[in-house]
Write a protein that binds this ligand. Structure first.
Ligand code: C5P
Length: 299
């Protein structure tokens, strides 16, 4: 579970780190239109943050680098408010808190920012109100908010199937460094899935949970046996992805390069955070307009 920090004034902060799909295969489609996936989720350490404190009047504000990108959003569509509302309804209590979303991750970028924020809100309010909801119940609320939200309750590597609701622990061989790049183009997930349906000829065959334990073999497995099924569709909507992937692949120290989710954020894995830090510095110098983050994947 993500780290919940409680301060002396009883306010609470919960981290909402970025989600990466180390691979993402599409194995089918449900009658309700949702796609069945087989994916390996991993999480960074840094990301957005949710801060909650007591207040007579309910309040919501957004701070941080990407706050302005949420300005035009209808509050009813905001996943943080939706999460807070459904938990308050369940607990039959007024929404007597101020919620601050620290938006440090780019929006509509394939790294689950909105899903992570919603999951962190559920966990923060559960702790703040002392509800002590059980995991299955929180997962069912999370799934109502979005397919990726249940996994974001955990923030540890997960082998994910169904539309995102079937999760099994997945061990990564080591703590990889990672560089994330977003070229500054927001991509709508439904639009990417629509483009995928127009292009794709067949679904991927399920592989099963077969993850090598040794790092060399794990990376070889990712390279040889996995892909992101949405990549071709995302590239047609955002051609900048080609340049991002190509720059990441030029780095000899990068172990594995892929696009996350429906894009446009792409990432590279490194043996250490130190290698990731220096790669991020080089990339920022070359492409100052891109968002570049270096971090470590959680184990
Ligand atoms: O569940 P979430 O709101 O994140 O999904 C956004 C959209 O992405 C859905 O409305 C659907 O079009 C598409 N989607 C999908 N299959 C998934 C996840 C998302 O088709 N497993």
């Amino acid at each position: 579970m993500p780290y919940v920090t409680r301060y002396l004034d009883d306010s609470i902060t919960v981290n909402a780190p970025a989600k990466l799909n180390l691979f993402l295969h599409i194995t089918g489609r449900r009658p309700n239109g949702y796609h069945e996936l087989e994916s390996l989720f991993a999480f960074t350490k840094q990301g957005d943050k949710i801060h909650i404190k007591q207040s007579d009047l309910p309040g919501f504000r957004v701070e941080g680098l990407f706050a302005k990108h949420l300005k035009g959003l209808d509050p009813k569509e905001n996943l943080v408010l939706k999460a807070a509302t459904i938990l308050a309804e369940y607990a039959a209590r007024p929404l007597d808190v101020t919620i601050c979303l620290e938006k440090n991750l780019p929006v509509a970028s394939g790294i689950g920012g909105g899903s992570a924020d919603a999951a962190a809100t559920l966990l923060a309010l559960d702790a703040f109100w002392g509800l002590d909801c059980n995991k299955n119940f929180l997962e069912s609320l999370a799934l109502q908010l979005g397919a990726d939200v249940p996994a974001c309750l955990y923030n540890v590597p997960l082998y994910v199937t169904g539309i995102g609701e079937c999760m099994a622990p997945a061990d990564l061989p080591k703590q990889y460094g990672v560089v994330l790049i977003n070229p500054g183009v927001a991509l709508s997930t439904p639009a990417v899935f629509k483009a995928y349906r127009a292009q794709a000829k067949q679904f991927d065959a399920p592989m099963g949970r077969v993850l090598p334990k040794d790092s060399f073999r794990f990376i070889e497995f990712l390279k040889a046996k996995t892909h992101n099924s949405l990549l071709a569709a995302s590239k047609t909507l955002c051609p900048e992805i080609v340049a991002v992937l190509s720059l990441l692949k030029q780095d000899k120290q990068a172990l594995y390069v892929q696009m996350s989710g429906s894009g446009a954020t792409c990432f590279a894995l490194y043996n250490t955070q130190k290698e990731a830090d220096s790669a991020a510095r080089r990339i920022r110098a070359l492409m100052p307009s891109w968002w570049v983050m270096a971090d470590t994947l959680s184990l």
